[in-house]
Design a protein around this ligand. Sequence first.
Ligand SMILES: Cc1cc2nc3c(=O)[nH]c(=O)nc-3n(C[C@H](O)[C@H](O)[C@H](O)COP(=O)(O)OP(=O)(O)OC[C@H]3O[C@@H](n4cnc5c(N)ncnc54)[C@H](O)[C@@H]3O)c2cc1C
Length: 586
Amino acid sequence: MATPGDIRADDLLDAAGLNFFDADPNLAFVVQRLASPGDYARALPHLRAMGALAGGELDRLAREADRHPPVLRACDDRGQRVDEVLYHPAYRAMERIAFEQFGLAAMSHRPGVLGWPTPVPHVVKYALAYFVVQAEFGLMCPVSLTDSTARVIRLFGSAQQRAAYLPRLTATRLDELWQGAQFVTERQSGSDVGASEALAQRDGDLWRVHGQKWFCSNVTADVVLLLARPEGAPPGTRGLAMFVMPKRLPDGARNAYRVERLKDKLGTRDMATGEVVLDGALAEPVGPLDAGFRQMAEMINVSRLSNAMRSAALMRRALLEALECARGRWAFGRRLFDLPLARENLLDLLLDVEGCTALVFHGAALLDRADAGDVEARRLVRIVTPLSKLYVTKRARWTTAEALELRGGNGYIEDCVNPRLVRDSILGSIWEGATNVVALDVGRAIVRNGAGAALLDDLRVRLGRLCDEPTRQAAAWLRPHLETTAPVVAGLPEQDPSAREPILVRLAEQLAHLTIATLLLEEADDLAGASGSHRKLLVAAAYARRWLWRGPRLATHRAAQEWLEALVDWRPIPASAALAVLPPEG
Ligand SMILES: Cc1cc2nc3c(=O)[nH]c(=O)nc-3n(C[C@H](O)[C@H](O)[C@H](O)COP(=O)(O)OP(=O)(O)OC[C@H]3O[C@@H](n4cnc5c(N)ncnc54)[C@H](O)[C@@H]3O)c2cc1C
């Protein structure tokens, strides 16, 4: 263990050089619970390899790429329009790792990636991405866009479109790969997609699209999905069609759209987001002309869940950095780790990370089941997706900022990763729907799809299945909280929208807390059954105390604080310690 004499004042005490997978028993535990034994065994070497990259090469590349954002080269030396974006070599090197070495964008769509006999399950894909994001957030946007473009073409494209695009979108050699993007947002229409003005006019078998798109991430993508209104179609979302627009035409010429400007962004600085003008670009419809918005919603939903996972990963990196710093740095003759208020900070971060990680991987497991045709899982994923997007992305802002503060002044300086984590974390709750808009979607899931009642039923079933006696005691504490929320959910359809809407963010947060507390208890049950340790029960109890108990929050985690080392190092914890953290009734 370090002593004050070992530490120089300028030591960054960061996580550089660690294998992020080996340093994260929680993630291994979560994935092992949710993946089949065969999938977990197959995933293990890849997770370890990705963990090493995330703590090493990827981290160095990400830092470099962040410092050298892409540059737009609109015209060549002769003044001809080329609309090229010049990326730093570090960004290109990261593309090679994500798309080529690990096939992250391809793995959900075909067998063979990383040697899998089937497409790779979402749980495993998310676990790999969880480590990439801890080093590099920006690139995961193009990876996710390419992945979801392939999903949309696979689900809704014609046979000819599937044949033309899928092999390229799922290629794992960079020289064969076509990356994907989705241009939806316009200057006047972000949340209000129905106000889109891009116009599509028939031109023989194809269409020409005119208009502007205001936020186009991965703007250099080869294949773009966009929404536009066919001439004569009705206003609103009903009149929007989905089109696929290639960057290059069959003769190699550029399609008729141009990049006006790259955005100067707070975060994701190494990834190019542009403003695009569509000058009669050739495109062809995907699916029926009146199904554009519905199909795009399918894409947005998988992206929202992935977005939540990425926020959970930022939180995990923030916690890892906070632990490295707190265990190495001294103040007032003690390690930060030993100071009661700093222990409170660390415990809060740990609860956020384990809670949010449980939620997003639960979403991934539901998505796997839903994709396999499980109707109940589809109904649950309908609500777990917006809940995760709303809750986890917002929580990431707080967690990354707290971790920055725990590092003191050094945390504010770009020498360390913390400022980038904070900058990147802010985006999660804006793109693919800002918090209010996602809360409205939670409302729709409850009112139109009955997904709120389905979620509560599912939580009741999960609590009823627990076996370990101390964990069942904690479940008995949780149940009344579930039942006091149930009437609010049941009464929502009767309410007038003006009465319903203001409560939706709070209701979504409450549902997220109930879901997380239940999932943590399930994890606790499994851990206790497998090893006799009640470490997870302590996490679940502390989480419930923090987020669901309405009693005073002074010294919330004193009992839990005593076990901080054991929590961090995953050492056994007795049931009595966990139950001591469980709040009194009410
Ligand atoms: C870095 C970055 C990259 C992006 N990449 C892409 C991309 O690749 N493709 C793409 O299509 N878009 C992209 N976007 C756009 C993004 O999805 C939108 O910014 C987002 O959906 C919000 O839309 P808006 O900016 O028009 O805000 P607005 O719709 O103007 O919303 C402003 C505020 O109003 C609130 N609000 C809106 N409606 C309601 C309501 N009914 N009730 C209460 N509050 C409401 C919102 O919550 C928000 O806080 C990107 C954005 C960023 C920042």
